[in-house]
Design a protein around this ligand. Structure first.
Ligand code: BG6
Length: 469
């Protein structure tokens, strides 16, 4: 079966939070630029009239969209929207849904519902006659560990072939990540140095200066590793570390990512530090004795000719000093100290900021003006872009409707990522407390001991105590 352009969009869980915050604003943006040309059918258990749903939609677009609402655009969106009230366990709901879809032959079903409902909903999509020619979009988390991910994928595959499944990892729809892929493979100068001969370490920090924002119950079940490392961060590692793909088509890109994910060693628990911010236990929905991590730092190792011996250090956390995501690719030092002014501060690096801006900078040495042959550290900003115009969700919904799968996680990517993470999760390591507004527990410093110190996003790249050549 090949991929198809969708001729209807069905949204399960249309009254929920994800749709309110992300999907309605994206549909509105698609409508505004004329890219939404299909009926949209929402289904949920909540009894609501279509007018009440439209008020809810408008509120989401106003709060989370990108500017004032244009009534003409909103009315166009309203006209294509239908609502089916239905219980997902009741087959009759799916018969009514089938009627609402009308003549559409290739509906795209978007499951904006908790993953525990995926098996039931997909089975009833099939039993209710809504699966023929259809595709499905699912949201993370894709399981809690490798076993549950395998079971989830089996439930999806019982109804939809892999080519018709779009697993959303919204990081893949971000402009800054697309730019990373472009920058890596659209230029020649990086490739010769993008390996263990020249790179000393790679660091990624995803910091958020807020807590669980009313999602205490969900977050307490998930924790930082499942919430953002197994998916977003490993996708970033894969994009940074993968070999050049055979071509830019969807499957070649995904093949290249899978190859590198398969060569990442399963995480040894000694390479993991977990933290929890002081106050997490008081959040609504969090168990009073919770050992869930709101911070995690992991040292990954990639067993490949390109990367053997180069640590990939990933650090994520809630309630950190800033909200920013940044990558630092630290290069080795020149093999000889020619100018005698080395003091440990000299560094060559590539720095990629993903949030709040998209920037690419290069750290280098340059001569200080004057008689002496002494240098200073400079940073050349090669690119600086303001936050992206198109939201990740808008891009991904459009791609799924067009049948373009390259920016979605394929089954083998998800399963490889769980294989890497599983042993670390199973080890149930200690959780170290940290103060909100700090950079997390000091215990994470030892993961970095042989390659300097953690680089904090939005700060100047600091000195290295023990430069290695
Ligand atoms: C989500 C996580 O997937 O990503 C959240 O569940 C996190 O906890 C969010 O805050 C971060 O996404 P972004 O796009 O704001 O960096």
């Amino acid at each position: 079966m090949s991929r198809q352009q969708a001729d209807a969009l069905v949204i399960f869980g249309i009254t929920g939070d994800l749709v309110h915050r992300k999907i309605f604003p994206s549909l509105y943006a698609l409508e505004r630029r004329g890219a939404l040309n299909v009926p949209v059918v929402g289904i949920a258990r909540q009894s609501m009239t279509i007018d009440e749903l439209l008020v809810h939609a408008r509120d989401g677009i106003e709060q989370f969209g990108d500017g004032p609402i244009d009534d003409t655009v909103f009315n166009r969106l309203a006209e294509r929207l239908q609502y089916v009230v239905g219980d997902y366990a009741d087959l009759d709901s799916f018969h009514r849904l089938r009627k609402a879809i009308g003549d559409a032959k290739h509906p795209l079903h978007y499951l904006a519902v908790p993953p525990s409902l995926f098996p039931l909903v997909t089975a009833n999509i099939a039993a209710g006659g809504c699966a023929d020619g259809a595709s499905v979009v699912v949201e993370k988390p894709f399981g809690r560990n490798l076993d549950s991910a395998l079971a989830l994928n089996a439930a999806l595959h019982a109804v939809f072939p892999e080519e018709r499944i779009y697993r959303i990892d919204h990081y893949l729809g971000k402009e800054a990540l697309l730019n990373l892929t472009y920058f890596r493979f659209g230029n020649r100068f990086l490739e010769p140095i993008w390996n263990r001969e020249h790179v000393r370490s790679v660091q990624i920090t995803m910091a958020e200066d807020f807590g669980v924002e009313g999602r205490g119950g969900f977050y307490d079940e998930a924790g930082a590793i499942r919430d953002v490392i197994q998916n977003h961060m490993l996708q970033m590692v894969a994009l940074l570390a993968m070999d050049p793909p055979a071509s830019a088509d969807d499957e070649s890109m995904r093949d290249a990512k899978v190859r590198v994910l398969r060569s990442i060693q399963a995480v040894d628990p000694t390479n993991l530090v977990r933290g929890q911010y002081v106050g997490f236990l008081d959040e609504d929905g969090v168990k009073p004795d919770s050992q869930t991590e709101t911070y995690a730092a992991i040292r990954f190792h990639i067993n490949s000719w390109r990367w053997a011996g180069v640590p990939f250090l990933v650090r994520v956390g809630k309630h950190m000093p800033v909200t920013a995501t940044e990558v630092l690719v630290d290069l080795k030092r020149p093999p000889q100290t020619l100018f005698g002014d080395a003091d440990g501060s000299e560094r060559n690096y590539f720095r990629f900021q993903f949030k709040p801006f998209t920037t690419i900078s290069i750290g280098a040495r340059a001569k200080k003006p004057g008689e002496e042959m002494t240098g200073e550290q400079i940073e050349m900003i090669a690119l600086h872009q303001e936050p992206e115009e198109m939201s990740a969700y808008e891009r991904l919904i459009e791609d799924a409707m067009l049948g373009q799968a390259g920016l979605f996680a394929r089954v083998d990517e998800v399963e490889s990522a769980w294989q890497i993470i599983d042993p670390a999760l199973a080890a149930d390591t200690d959780v170290h407390m940290y103060q909100p507004g700090s950079w997390g527990p000091a215990e994470a410093d030892h993961l970095m001991a042989d390659c300097g110190a953690w680089h904090n996003p939005l700060s100047p790249v600091g000195m290295i105590a023990t430069p290695s050549r």
